[in-house]
Design a protein around this ligand. Structure first.
Ligand SMILES: [Mn+2]
Length: 253
């Protein structure tokens, strides 16, 4: 079994912020503004984005044109000048590539990655791979994460990719609304297996939009990050801060 990726935090890091599932899109400016304000002002020594920063990512070339993606790139680039910014793929933005990352000076992380900080090992993931009941999605995931699928998709013209992404999203929304649809959650046994393999006690993930802390037994636990929606009542814009004191949720108001 290949060991999980490891990221030892530099000795100088005191606090690390974790965020996920912002689902940034041009049509939701309030969440974009909340995120921009946060990225400009956080005192954290590093920011970890654990997937689904974007509602959809159709290819790095989209960010080379003026528009929403370029605006987001600018926020990342500025933030990364002040502190390291790490990015892990979610199921919406798995096509975000090395070209965009290099352009913004952010570091791509493997899913999962073990972060060692203050003598603690934190297992970080987007979480979609552990939702074992979501079989249709996992089959789709296996297909779209292959180099062949991605090369074929990215070879299509930008407009065609935008249209395809839109229709895929409509299909997925329809599926979510269909009667009898059960929202898959992270599988407890799979989470425990990952934690043992990582020699870690805490799994931190997003994806499910069900912020909580779950006791997995034997001293193991998983912490679920909140999604963001600054236009909701009350607004959701939350991060998890890791420090010497442990993990703490912080609501941005
Ligand atoms: Mn997700």
């Amino acid at each position: 079994m290949t060991p999980f990726a490891e990221l030892p935090a530099p000795a100088g890091w005191r606090t690390v912020d974790l965020i996920s599932d912002l689902h940034l899109q041009a049509g939701e400016p309030a969440t974009f503004e909340a995120w921009r304000g946060y990225m400009q002002s956080t005192p954290a020594d590093a920011v970890f984005i654990l997937g689904d920063l974007f509602e959809v990512w159709i290819g790095d070339d989209a960010a080379t044109l003026p528009g929403f993606e370029a605006q987001c790139a600018e926020v990342l680039r500025e933030a990364a000048q002040r502190r390291p910014v790490f990015f892990m793929h979610g199921n919406r933005d798995f096509l975000l590539g090395t070209r965009f990352a290099a352009d913004c000076n952010i570091t791509l992380l493997a899913d999962p990655t073990v972060l060692s900080l203050h003598g603690e090992r934190w297992l970080l993931s987007h979480g979609d791979e552990l939702c074992l009941e979501d079989r249709d999605y996992l089959a789709f995931r296996a297909q779209v994460r292959t180099t062949e699928w991605q090369q074929a998709f990215l070879a299509r013209p930008l407009q065609e990719r935008r249209a395809l992404a839109r229709s895929m999203r409509t299909q997925s929304e329809d599926r979510k609304r269909s009667p009898g649809m059960v929202w898959a959650d992270v599988d407890g046994d799979a989470a425990r297996r990952w934690l043992r393999r990582a020699d870690a006690h805490t799994l931190i993930h997003g994806h499910t939009h069900r912020p909580a802390e779950h006791d997995l037994g034997d001293g193991l636990r998983r912490i679920v990050l909140s999604d963001w929606d600054a236009a909701a009542h009350p607004p959701r814009a939350q991060l998890l801060c890791l420090s010497i004191a442990g993990a703490q949720r912080v609501d941005l108001r």
